[in-house]
Design a binder for this molecule. Structure first.
Ligand SMILES: CC(C)(COP(=O)(O)OP(=O)(O)OC[C@H]1O[C@@H](n2cnc3c(N)ncnc32)[C@H](O)[C@@H]1OP(=O)(O)O)[C@@H](O)C(=O)NCCC(=O)NCCS
Length: 135
């Protein structure tokens, strides 16, 4: 398995993987939306590939203060084989290289069972009120 940065030609495969893994997509996940994301820290948006097949993906972001993890997903056929763990380790390595000291992530309420995975990766739950507004 190798890690390589996301490129535009991965779009259909990545969207398919996200859908099959149950990631909820939004209007920010159009090809234009993901191209915009590539303008900033493209090395944090990468795929795990095995024999030419994309089996995992994550979209990290660094805002200059905190790192954020978005849309982490492993192909359901490959889950439970430590690929998620390896993606997190690789992403943390890339965050550290940028000088990032703390990483945050949000879990949708319907997906709360994934909390156990992140706890194994060393993350701790914080009691916060998440607010949002589409522009
Ligand atoms: C969450 C996800 C990325 C984990 O990837 P994975 O490759 O299946 O996980 P790993 O095999 O690397 O698991 C690493 C460890 O976490 C544990 N783990 C994995 N999923 C877990 C879960 N849902 N709850 C509790 N522990 C979990 C594994 O048992 C393993 O523990 P071990 O080292 O003691 O054996 C993957 O299940 C997935 O794509 N889920 C659907 C999409 C999703 O929910 N993404 C997160 C959005 S916030």
């Amino acid at each position: 398995m190798i890690f390589r940065n996301f490129k535009q030609s991965d779009y259909d495969s990545v969207i398919d993987l996200w859908k099959r893994a149950g990631i909820i997509l939004s209007r920010s996940d159009t090809i234009q939306g993901l191209e915009k994301k590539l303008d900033r820290d493209p090395e944090l948006f990468f795929v795990a590939e095995e024999e030419g097949r994309i089996i995992g993906v994550v979209m990290g972001c660094y805002d200059g203060r905190r790192g954020w993890i978005n849309h982490l997903a492993v192909d359901p056929e490959y889950q439970g084989r430590c690929i998620g763990q390896e993606i997190i380790q690789e992403l943390e390595k890339r965050f550290r290289k940028l000088g990032c000291e703390k990483v945050n992530l949000l879990i949708e309420m319907h997906n709360s069972s994934v909390q156990g995975f992140y706890e194994k990766m060393g993350f701790k739950k914080d009691e916060l009120i998440f607010m949002e507004k589409w522009l």
